[in-house]
Design a protein around this ligand. Structure first.
Ligand SMILES: Nc1ncnc2c1ncn2[C@@H]1O[C@H](COP(=O)(O)OP(=O)(O)O)[C@@H](O)[C@H]1O
Ligand SMILES: [Mg+2]
Length: 279
């Protein structure tokens, strides 16, 4: 209990379906953590995040956010004040044509003080490096920029926890990099708890804790290094093998690399190139 998200024996099934899509999930995420939740399509990631902020009603088990149970309807508004979700498609999250208005929008519902609103909006836009775009039309922005504006909207509410549900999956590689580096800053500089939900196993390198969800159950909870290059494990849990996984296995086959150190993709490609080996 205390300042954490505590998920206790949570199971869930959709009303019209027989099968449980979450099965006895137990997970604690402390305030200040950066946790990756990774799983293939349909593994239950979005269902879990929607249970955490009370979009879906929990019937089996319990979830506490800073000691507030989601099963008590009177807690939901207070939970949403400290926990926000950024979804996949930025187009569905932008509501205004002007960047500034978009960030102001949600805040106007909870604050009257114009000065406080302005201070928070400017602060949020600065944190996502979008302040110079404040007077731009949201339709003209790239996917990555739109996603940064929706993150600013969330930040203006000053949450303690943010769940990013596949928030980079529709972005180009640059947009993805921008967002991931902002997430790292939000955690390290501002102490916001980040739960990064993804099906890209390599994004787990951002964190020292990864939770693997497969077919509604937790299959792994620990450091990324133990699973990142384990092709058998990745395959069994419907996760794509990654280029760096493939490269490191080639290096292992040639007896060049034996350990479990994590290299980034550029380092591995460079090594492969220098050794004149092919994938
Ligand atoms: N609204 C819904 N009604 C019925 N089944 C659903 C609904 N949403 C998701 N599911 C099913 O629940 C399982 C988990 O889905 P989801 O949580 O969206 O997984 P993920 O986000 O990991 O892709 C899947 O089998 C999916 O088909
Ligand atoms: Mg999903």
């Amino acid at each position: 209990m205390g300042n954490c998200i505590e998920i206790i024996n949570v199971s869930f099934k959709y009303d019209e379906c027989e099968e449980f899509v979450l099965k006895n999930i137990n997970l604690t995420i402390n305030e200040g953590d950066f946790v990756c939740v990774v799983g293939g399509n349909g593994s239950g990631k979005s269902t879990l995040s929607k249970l955490i902020n009370g979009i879906y009603e929990l019937k089996y088990g319990d979830i506490f956010v800073n000691s507030m149970s989601v099963r008590d309807a009177s807690n939901i508004l207070n939970i949403r004040k400290i926990l926000s979700i950024v979804f996949q498609n930025p187009d569905n999250q932008i509501v205004s044509t002007l960047v500034l208005d978009d960030v102001v929008f949600g805040l106007e519902n909870i604050l009257n003080d114009r000065e406080e609103i302005e201070r928070r909006v400017y602060d949020a836009l600065k944190k996502v490096n979008m302040i110079e775009y404040k007077d731009h039309n949201t339709n003209m922005l790239s996917g990555g920029q739109k996603q940064r504006v929706s993150i600013a909207g969330v930040l203006s509410m000053m949450p303690r926890y943010i769940i990013f549900d596949e928030s980079t999956s529709m972005l180009d590689p640059n947009g993805k990099k921008e967002i991931l580096s902002i997430l790292k800053d939000l955690n390290e500089v501002y102490g916001i708890t980040i739960i990064l939900i993804t099906h890209f196993i390599e994004e787990c390198l951002l964190s020292n804790r990864v939770v693997v969800l497969s077919n509604g159950s937790i299959k792994y909870d620990g450091k990324p290094r133990d699973i990142l290059y384990d092709e058998k494990f990745l395959e069994e849990n419907n996760l794509d093998t990654t280029p760096s996984c493939k490269i490191s296995n080639i290096l292992k086959k040639h007896g060049i690399y034996k350990g479990n150190n994590i290299f980034n993709l550029e380092e591995l490609e460079d090594l492969l190139c220098r050794l004149n080996l092919k994938m």
